[in-house]
Structure formats: C-alpha cells, structure tokens
Design a protein around this ligand. Structure first.
Ligand code: SF4
Length: 90
C-alpha cells in the first residue's frame, strides 16, 4: 500500500515538473519573439555605440518600448550603425 502511495506521489511530481517546464518554455519563447520585434538594430538612428544608442530616443532604444517607435527609419548604407570602422577613444 505504501509503495503505491509513493509511486503516485512520484508520478504526480513528474507531471508537475513537466508542466512547469512546458510553461517556462512557452513563456521564454514568447519573450524571445517579443525581443526580436525591437527594430532598433535596423534603424538609421541607431548609433551602434553603447554611450548613446539612439540619437532621437535614447531612453527607449533597444527596449520593448521601441517596438512601436514612430521615428523608425530603415537603415541606409551610410548611417552610423553600418560603419565597420572602429572609433578611436582618445
Ligand atoms: S528611432 Fe526608435 S527605432 Fe530607431 S533606434 Fe531610436 S528608438 Fe530605436
């Protein structure tokens, strides 16, 4: 009788673990999808410099608030973010 009790307990713990893992995976996936909607890295105003990420909206740059940014401009070839040359910090 005791063995059946522990078997049921073990199975219920296994099911709870599987459910928790599935919920965590689902939440993680939706969070990653949301982060990929942030448009800043493809924006002309993105500077690619950690000191000033965006010249127009530096506070919301690279955050979830930037997903619906009205100032988004598609990146052009001669914008700052496209420059591959390293800047000298003197
Ligand atoms: S203008 Fe908007 S989309 Fe562009 S880099 Fe700044 S915050 Fe991001």
């Amino acid at each position: 009788m005791l063995a059946i009790f522990f078997m049921c307990l073990w199975v219920s713990m296994l099911i709870a673990f599987a459910c928790t893992t599935l919920v965590a995976l689902k939440e993680g996936t939706s969070q990653v999808k949301r982060m990929h909607q942030i448009p800043c890295h493809n924006c002309d105003f993105f500077t690619n410099d950690h000191r000033l990420k965006c010249t127009l909206n530096p506070i919301i740059a690279c955050t979830e608030n930037a997903i619906c940014c009205r100032d988004f401009e598609p990146k052009t070839a001669n914008c700052n973010a496209s420059q591959k040359i390293r800047r000298k910090l003197c």
